[in-house]
Each structure stands twice: as structure tokens, then as C-alpha cells.
Write a protein that binds this ligand. Structure first.
Ligand code: UT7
Length: 326
């Protein structure tokens, strides 16, 4: 799916939150046969956050949502659409979005979860764009977040070291001037078994698994391909060149994947947001956390063009191009 935005819809608030507990590479090396050196060299990850036993996704996402609403100047009761992009909801049902709506006093909101792996945030933002552009929603709250630590196998070094917990939220509203310029979204179900959680739903497996299973090399190849293609496609569709983009926010999975995509696309490193070293791969939280970092370090300012591209389980990918307006 690809398209230029026809209506002026933008982000009016952004918030993020990560759990307090910092887990270093050295700490993980106590559980699996790995080392800080290997993890740094192959992934660029130095540490990640992990939720406590008492915290569920809605607890980690709540401060992010509150911060986004505060920046937008929107009350919970005025939110009419609440989407939570996640693969680690509090539970299968009620949806984490419904739980969040209750916590935020968003009694007038349609609320549901969306599952698109690490691309979930971009999918949810595109969907909220459509609802606001179509007049169905006036104030949409999109949350992207995951507690992947809950579904990691603490005996599998090939996945344990990669992921972390975190969440981000944005408010979308109609605007006087263009915010979103276009989107490109896609999925390749044929590659689904390269990153999956078999045994987590209605399909019966002989050996059900509660943990993430991943073919890292295949996902790596997929990631380097789609990050480039999706970005090129949305830029071409919107008539924007790479040079025009001020800030590039790729999914934070592995610094080698980010470097590959940035070089291939032609982004100089000062335009590329990288925080995978501090948070690991936070799945649906990755892009909003990176946006918040770019705002905090002064790189992402009002009026600048920002390109976000996610990729993940499904396999899925998605890009959003927008003019930042806060
Ligand atoms: O949102 C999407 C989520 N997933 C991803 O983005 C993952 C994409 N893939 C990757 O980032 C990389 O493929 C990995 C970081 C997962 C692996 O890096 P790699 O350079 O592709 O390593 P590899 O899979 O080719 O493995 C090389 C070696 C293997 O040992 P042998 O078979 O050569 O003896 C692995 O067993 O590294 C070993 N290895 C480790 N060694 C120390 C795998 N994980 C670890 C580890 N510590 N944590």
C-alpha cells in the first residue's frame, strides 16, 4: 500500500517511557554464552531496559500516553480513537487499548490493539491518519510499545541479547498545514516463520513455544532490503529527495542494519537517529523512542522533514514521511 496524504493531519504530541531497570550485556552473559564484545560488535547494543514483574505493557505505556496528551493539550475524555500497536499486550483480551482508555478516562474512544510486529507503530499511525483524514476521528492517540522481555527465551543467546522494553505515544489531529506527506506499508507472510511466536494463538503445534523464535540471518537480509525499498518508494511517491529529508528514523534493531540502510539511501550519519545502543530493539516502541531522542538532542525541530521506516514480524514493513510540526 502506498499513497500521498491528501488531508492535513499531523502529530501534536509525543511522549515516551521505558522501565527503570537497565540490563547490561554483561548481565546477560551470566545467563547465556555471550559477551559484551560480541553483542556490541554484531548489534551495537550496549544495554536495554526491562520491566519489573509488576509492570504490564499498559503500565509502561501510561506515562508515555500522558506525556503525549499533555503536549497536545488534549484531555483523555476528548480522545475518540485509541490504537495500541503491540505484540505483547497485557493479555489477549480485553485489548490493551481498552485498558489504556479506561486509565486515561477516554470514555468516548474506539479502542483496539494492532499487531504488525515491530512495524506496528507505523501501521497504527497510518491507520489513525486515515481516520482523522476521513473525518471519523478528531483526536487520535496512537501508542506503540512492547515488553519483549516477557517472550524471550533466557536460554537462547541469538534472541535474548537483541530486545528491550519500552513504549511511545503520539496524538494525531487535523492541522492547518501538511504534517504527513505519505505512507508506504507492506507485508510478506511467506517470511513469517523467520520471526514468530508459534503456540501463542489458535494454531495447535506439536511443540508449542512461549518464546520468540528467529532466523536472524534471514531477518537481517529482509531488513536491509525493505528499509531501503520502502523509504525509496515513499520518497518517490511524494516527490521528495533524500537530500530534502532532515531526519531519518529507522527501526532500531541492529546498528549494522541501520548503517547499511543509511549508506544505501545516502543519509549522512548526522541525519540518522540511533538509540539502539541504549534500548535494544523495543519493537513497536522503537520509532517513537527514536523520535523523542531526536527532539531531545535538537535534531528534530518544527518544520523539518522526517522519514520513519519500520520492519518486523509478519514479515512487515512501513514508512511514513512527515513535516514535523511540534
Ligand atoms: O525487528 C526485527 C527483529 N530482528 C532483527 O532485526 C534481527 C536481524 N538479525 C540480526 O540482527 C543478526 O542476524 C544477529 C544479530 C541476530 C546475528 O548476527 P550475525 O552476524 O548474523 O550472526 P550469525 O547469526 O551469523 O551468527 C554468527 C555466530 C554463530 O556461531 P557459529 O554458528 O558461527 O559458531 C552464532 O551461534 O554467532 C553466534 N551467536 C552468538 N555468539 C555470541 C549468535 N548469537 C550470539 C550471541 N553471543 N548473543
Amino acid at each position: 500500500m502506498i499513497g500521498e496524504a491528501e488531508q492535513s493531519v499531523t502529530i501534536t504530541g509525543l511522549g515516551c517511557h521505558v522501565p527503570d531497570r537497565v540490563v547490561t550485556n554483561d548481565e546477560l552473559a551470566q545467563y547465556v554464552d555471550t559477551s559484551d564484545e560480541w553483542i556490541m560488535e554484531r548489534t551495537g547494543i550496549r544495554e536495554r531496559r526491562m520491566a519489573s514483574k509488576e509492570e504490564a505493557l499498559s503500565d509502561v505505556a501510561l506515562p508515555a500516553a500522558r506525556a503525549a496528551l499533555a503536549q497536545a493539550g488534549v484531555d483523555g475524555k476528548d480522545v475518540d480513537l485509541l490504537i495500541v500497536a503491540t505484540v505483547t499486550p497485557d493479555m489477549a483480551f480485553p485489548s490493551t487499548a481498552a485498558i489504556m482508555a479506561d486509565k486515561l478516562g477516554a470514555t468516548e474512544a474506539a479502542a483496539y490493539d494492532l499487531s504488525a510486529g515491530c512495524t506496528g507503530f507505523v501501521y497504527a499511525v497510518a491507520q489513525a491518519y486515515g481516520m482523522v483524514a476521513g473525518g471519523l476521528s478528531k483526536k487520535a492517540l496512537v501508542i506503540g510499545g512492547d515488553l519483549l522481555s516477557r517472550i524471550l527465551d533466557w536460554e537462547d543467546r541469538s534472541t535474548l541479547v537483541l530486545f528491550g522494553d519500552g513504549a511511545g505515544a503520539v496524538v494525531l489531529e487535523a492541522a492547518g498545514e501538511p504534517g504527513f506527506l505519505g505512507f508506504e506499508l507492506g507485508a510478506d507472510g511467506a517470511g513469517g516463520e523467520n520471526l514468530w511466536l508459534p503456540g501463542s494463538g489458535s494454531r495447535i503445534f506439536d511443540q508449542p513455544d512461549r518464546y520468540v523464535k528467529m532466523n536472524g540471518r534471514e531477518v537481517f537480509k529482509f531488513a536491509t532490503r525493505v528499509l531501503v525499498k520502502s523509504a525509496e518508494d515513499v520518497l518517490a511517491r511524494c516527490g521528495v529527495s533524500v537530500e530534502d529529508v532532515d531526519v531519518y528514523v529507522p527501526h532500531q534493531a541492529n546498528v549494522r542494519i541501520i548503517d547499511h540502510a543509511s549508506k544505501k539511501l545516502g543519509f549522512p550519519s548526522e541525519k540518522v537517529v540511533v538509540n539502539v545502543d541504549r534500548y535494544g530493539n523495543t519493537s513497536s516502541g522503537s520509532i517513537p523512542l527514536a523520535l523523542a531522542d531526536a527532539v531531545a538532542d535538537g535534531r528534530l525541530r518544527k518544520g523539518q522533514l522526517v522519514l520513519m521506516t519500520g520492519m518486523g514480524a509478519g514479515l512487515t514493513w512501513g514508512s511514513a514521511l512527515m513535516r514535523w510540526s511540534i
